[in-house]
Design a protein around this ligand. Structure first.
Ligand code: EPZ
Length: 417
């Protein structure tokens, strides 16, 4: 297991090229099983979660080749409709293969995805929608068995704008008979990226990225070449790190149009931000000021995935802010670690009251999940003294070579085995 050693207190200063979006490339890789031919995906980040998804594709019989940040998937050898327990436990977001496998072969057998450190992660909305599309589903010995003689388009209303459920509905209806509409669809930009990829394969999807999506079933899909959108959460994490260290950073290959809520918070807290197509420039203007309250919401609201990295930034900003986590029930696991560094944070149910302190102090820290781990990196960069962060495998799930990107911006950070 590797660790990150960070000598804090050094202002970030430099440029980072933003990686491709993890939460876009995962459903897009799942969608390649429906392709009638090879798919070539550019700007694919090198992440543990992408490696695991590649493994699922190979277990399903597809071939996967990686050349730098380009991944080529050939689904021709597709021969299995099962995702077994070890893979599902390794990455619960493999549930996104469900709709694609059913479209490809009319059945699917996947192990029940368990919860994860941030919450129970139920899939009731996924299964309810698939049943409305004509899928028969039963659970047996911890597996979900799905069968669909024919997928028939229908009107689906989501009780909650679930990202994964929206994606599974799109993947299950793209070749269904007739038209499917999704009311109260998730509006995250990654949904629009998946739809753009499917349309490049010959699908007929309109409205993706809005709360009303229409999918007109087509007979079959071809292969496609596609470039994955930039990762808005990784981009905002690096902006938070620059702001928390009183630094200055240029992000290239970014998509500021998908980051409105996060850029707004950074500006309100006192950072100076200029954007142009593809680049974001942040310059800190001294100690940040906390804003009164931050509520995580479905897109275009303040994203739950940036809650912990931004809380790390708030820990040393002036004043008090209340973070309200409305999306997941257990997403404050980073708080104990920040308190060990000297942060003043009190958790009450879904709220965390952060009172900014002047300085955090480096110490031994443990990452327990992806974004909470990134939050510890942000805190350690701004802290006085040295921090040693274990559990880096969690951070590697979503951040490509985090220590290299930060070291390129003056940070004193290194990975040790
Ligand atoms: C996606 O997870 C992302 N993961 C998450 O990013 C992100 O936090 C989340 O969307 C919200 O934006 C990927 O895209 C791989 P949801 P997903 O379904 O699809 C409840 C990261 O750090 N719900 O929108 O699982 C659920 O419990 C990860 O990159 C049901 O109740 O999110 C949660 O409270 C973490 N029933 C809420 O909806 C369901 O059937 C949001 O879940 C499905 C979801």
């Amino acid at each position: 297991m590797s660790k990150l050693i960070i000598d804090g207190g050094v202002p970030l200063l430099g440029e980072i090229r933003v990686q491709g979006a993890k939460n876009s490339v995962l459903p897009i890789l799942a969608a390649t099983v429906i392709a009638g031919d090879k798919c070539v995906l550019h700007n694919c980040p090198r992440l543990r979660d992408v490696d695991k998804t590649d493994l699922v594709l190979e277990r399903l019989g597809c071939t996967v080749e990686r050349h730098g940040n380009t991944v080529i998937v050939d689904p021709d050898g597709f021969c299995s409709c099962e995702i077994c327990d070890d893979l599902m436990r390794a990455m619960r977001s493999s549930i996104i293969f469900l709709g694609a496998i059913i479209t490809r072969c009319g059945e699917a057998r996947v192990s029940m995805p368990g919860g994860c450190p941030i919450g129970l992660r139920p899939i009731d909305l996924h299964l309810k929608a698939l049943k409305e599309l004509g899928v028969s589903i039963h659970e047996e010995h911890g597996y979900i068995i799905c069968r669909a003689k024919k997928l028939k388009g229908t009107d689906i209303h989501l009780d909650f704008p679930s990202v994964g459920a929206t994606e599974n509905i799109m993947l299950a209806s793209v070749c269904a008979e007739g038209t499917t509409t999704i009311l109260n669809a998730a509006r995250e930009p990654e949904i629009a990226d998946l739809a753009a990829f499917l349309n490049a394969m010959g699908a007929r999807i309109t409205g993706a990225g809005s709360s009303f999506v229409t999918i007109r079933g087509v007979k079959k899909l071809s292969g496609a070449e596609y470039t994955i959108m930039p990762d808005r959460i990784v981009a905002a994490t690096y902006l938070a790190a620059a702001a928390a260290t009183d630094g200055e950073i240029f992000l290239t290959g970014a998509d500021p149009s998908s980051m409105g809520a996060m850029l707004h918070v950074l500006r309100e807290m006192g950072a100076r931000i200029n954007v142009s197509s593809g680049t974001i420039h942040l310059k800190s203007r001294g100690r940040l000021k906390n804003i009164h309250i931050l509520r995580t919401m479905p897109y275009p609201g303040f994203p739950t995935d940036i809650q912990s990295p931004f809380m790390a930034m708030s820990a040393t900003a002036e004043g008090t802010v209340v973070y309200v986590e409305n999306i997941f029930e257990n997403r404050f696991r980073h708080v104990d670690e920040l308190v060990r560094m000297g942060a003043d944070i009190k958790v009450e149910g879904r709220s965390a009251v952060v009172s900014g302190v002047k300085t955090l102090y480096g110490t031994r820290l443990v990452a327990r999940e992806l974004r909470g781990g990134a939050a510890l990196v942000v805190a350690a960069l701004g802290a006085e003294g040295t921090s040693e962060i274990s559990g880096v495998e969690y951070i590697d799930r979503g951040y490509e070579e985090i220590e290299k990107s930060l070291a390129d911006c003056n940070a004193c950070i290194r990975r040790v085995q």
